[in-house]
Design a binder for this molecule. Structure first.
Ligand code: HEC
Ligand code: HEC
Length: 290
């Protein structure tokens, strides 16, 4: 991360925390301190939809389409009501959830320990991370929902959800210059740290040239190679084969954020890596494995 981007990030947080503090009785400073991984630096690297340049979620929120957000809520309505006093179903009623404590209240809904263990409040940053990949945000959650990989779709939904009993002020969009800088300065990966994280992949993948396929294909030279092709005849799922294209930084980032959302029906049983820095590290390491 370049110094200037750190500055923008910090400045954005100071501003954002201030706005939230005005709108709410209290903000757990512990939360913001402990969960820096979800700070805006994550958005800078978060392709999510495989290749489009990342736009800060604050910017997307500022131009959110409420009608589209309401339409997206249909994906949630099988488990959630959102009207005031609505019943809990498979999931809790969501009226006024933005600004509320995570996994608390909601008419006594029986939350998982996984979600209860998160602490903090639902704001646009935590909700954005949750909706990107619930299982990576709270491993062990009982919300069986793959996630919404498209950042614009999440922004539309969050903006609409905010009108259902919350009405928090929207976070300030970064200034045009700041955003350009944030988009240009991608999170820089550390290959050595990535090699350590690759321990999470080793139960299924070898990475040395000529290594055997296991539950997953050998990954030597994967960066720049075609998606779901070759690899010693590995039997890829139709889901991944139909993606096409090549593995570049953006597609690897989207895939490793949330495999099931990137290629619904994939046979890679891996929840994903929620932390943008960790993904960048793993991708840097994959590039060293020729
Ligand atoms: C298949 C059912 C299902 C679907 C679909 C679903 N959810 Fe959930 N949701 C749950 C369950 C179950 C929980 C409780 C999770 C836990 O305790 O780990 C939950 C929890 C939540 C919470 C946390 C509430 C709180 O008070 O902390 C939010 C926010 C949420 N869901 C939003 C959504 C949104 C928005 C969508 C659609 C994009 C969605 N959910 C789709 C079942 C679902
Ligand atoms: C539980 C086993 C498992 C784990 C853990 C796992 N993978 Fe996979 N991976 C698979 C399977 C199976 C496939 C094939 C997916 C398909 O065909 O849908 C795959 C496919 C891939 C591909 C696409 C390969 C190609 O040729 O297109 C990449 C890249 C990849 N995995 C990287 C990783 C990384 C990096 C990690 C660790 C952060 C990881 N995987 C963790 C099982 C796993």
């Amino acid at each position: 991360m370049a110094e200037s981007d750190n500055f923008n990030t910090t400045a954005g947080w100071v501003l954002f925390s201030g706005i939230v503090a005005l709108g709410l009785s209290a903000v757990s400073s512990g939360y913001f301190g402990a969960d820096k991984v979800h700070a805006p630096k994550e958005e800078a690297a978060e392709g999510g939809d495989g290749g489009k340049p990342a736009v800060a979620i604050e910017t997307l929120l500022a131009s959110a389409d409420m009608a589209k957000g309401e339409a997206t809520f249909k994906k949630c309505a099988s488990c959630h009501t959102v009207n005031q006093g609505g019943a809990n179903g498979i999931g809790p009623n969501l009226y006024g959830v933005l600004g509320e404590a995570v996994a608390a209240g909601r008419g006594g809904f029986a939350f998982s320990d996984a979600l209860k263990g998160k602490g903090g409040k639902w704001d646009f940053t935590t909700l954005n991370a949750w909706l990107t990949n619930p299982k990576a945000f709270a491993p062990g959650t009982k919300m069986s929902f793959a996630g919404l990989p498209d950042a614009a779709e999440r922004a539309n939904l969050m903006a609409w959800l905010n009108t259902q009993g919350s009405n928090l002020p929207l976070p300030a969009a970064p200034a045009a210059g700041a955003e350009g800088a944030a988009a240009a300065v991608a999170v820089v990966g550390d290959a050595a740290a990535g090699e350590k994280s690759f321990a999470k992949c080793k139960s299924c993948h070898t990475i040395t040239p000529g290594g055997a396929n296991g539950i997953g294909p050998n990954l030597a030279g994967i960066a720049g190679d075609s998606v779901a092709e070759g690899r010693g005849g590995f039997a890829f799922s139709d889901a991944l084969k139909s993606k096409g294209g090549k593995w570049d930084d953006a597609s690897l980032d989207a895939w490793l954020t949330n495999p099931k959302a990137y290629a619904p029906g994939t046979k890679m049983s891996f929840a994903g890596i929620a932390d943008a820095q960790e993904r960048a590290n793993v991708i840097a390491y994959l590039k060293t494995a020729k």
